[in-house]
Each structure stands twice: as structure tokens, then as C-alpha cells.
Design a binder for this molecule. Structure first.
Ligand code: SF4
Length: 160
């Protein structure tokens, strides 16, 4: 399970860097390989879900506190496309304290989510609760790269 502490302590970035390294050093399907199984286990701890704009907005409005900051993995490739993430509750508090995100209103967070229509929204579980909504950049996103290599990890939100 990824925790809030992992986000502010740098472990999440280290794990993303390791996964990107494996994707860069290997070719073809990773499903059924030892390394693929280990990667999938790690990724699934975040229970990533692809959500629509409306589903993301619902999550923002259900939150007690929200903050917005650069998407976490962009720290590894600062010249890549800029997109932002919305952080919720405890993760929002921690990211603001670390200077990695700015506190904002639900309406401001909604405007940020609207800014990147070409970037699929993914909500991830952090410390037992879905607390990060990323305007993902598929060419550098661990989840999308894993999917591409046969490691199915992205679910769609269940329709209510
Ligand atoms: S693009 Fe993917 S790997 Fe990067 S922060 Fe967003 S969800 Fe995480």
C-alpha cells in the first residue's frame, strides 16, 4: 500500500523510477514473467481507476480538503508535458505542507481537471483511500505503460 508518507518522503518517486527503468530495459509482454508479477503486485496496491471528468469532480466535492500540484512523476522528467493532479484530504494536507501542492477550493480543483481534456484521469489509493486524481500523461505513466506491456492494472469506475 502506498502511503501519504511515501509521497512526501520520495519512495513513490523511487518506485516509479524503478518501474520506468524496467520498462526501458525490457521489450514485449511482461505478463507471466517474475518481474511482471512483482510490478503488477506493487501497482495494484494503488488500485488505480480510470475515471470520467464527472466521476473525478464527484470525488473532489466529497473531499473535506483539496490541493493541486504538478503530477508527481513529472519530477523525473521535468521537460515533459506539464499536467497537474488533485490531491485529497490527508494527502492534500501533506503535499501542501511539503510545498508540493497548493490548497484550493473544490471549484478551483474542478477547473484544473478541466484544463487537460486529452489526459486520462486516474484516481489512486493512498493510505487506504483514493486520494490522488492525476491528469495522466500516458507516454510516461507507469499505469499506462504497464497496460501496454500486458500488465492489466487499470480498471474503470463501476457505474452506479
Ligand atoms: S502520470 Fe501516471 S505515474 Fe505519473 S503521477 Fe500520474 S498516475 Fe502516477
Amino acid at each position: 500500500m502506498g502511503t501519504v508518507h511515501d509521497y512526501i518522503g520520495g519512495k513513490v518517486l523511487e518506485d516509479i523510477a524503478k518501474a520506468l527503468h524496467v520498462f526501458g530495459k525490457t521489450e514485449g509482454e511482461l505478463a507471466g514473467t517474475d518481474i511482471g508479477r512483482r510490478m503488477l503486485d506493487n501497482i495494484r496496491e494503488f488500485e488505480p481507476v480510470v475515471v470520467s471528468f464527472d466521476e473525478a469532480v464527484d470525488a473532489v466535492h466529497r473531499a473535506d480538503r483539496v490541493a493541486v500540484g504538478e503530477r508527481v512523476c513529472r519530477a523525473l522528467h521535468t521537460d515533459s508535458v506539464f499536467t497537474e493532479s488533485v490531491f485529497i484530504d490527508e494527502l492534500a494536507d501533506a503535499m501542501v505542507l511539503e510545498g508540493l501542492a497548493g490548497k484550493c477550493s473544490a471549484e478551483e480543483a474542478e477547473r484544473v481537471l478541466k484544463k487537460y481534456p486529452k489526459h486520462p484521469l486516474i484516481i489512486s489509493k493512498v493510505s487506504e483511500k483514493h486520494q490522488e486524481i492525476c491528469c495522466s500523461h500516458p507516454p510516461e505513466c507507469v499505469y499506462w505503460l504497464a497496460q501496454k506491456r500486458g500488465l492489466g492494472c487499470l480498471n474503470k469506475a463501476a457505474k452506479s
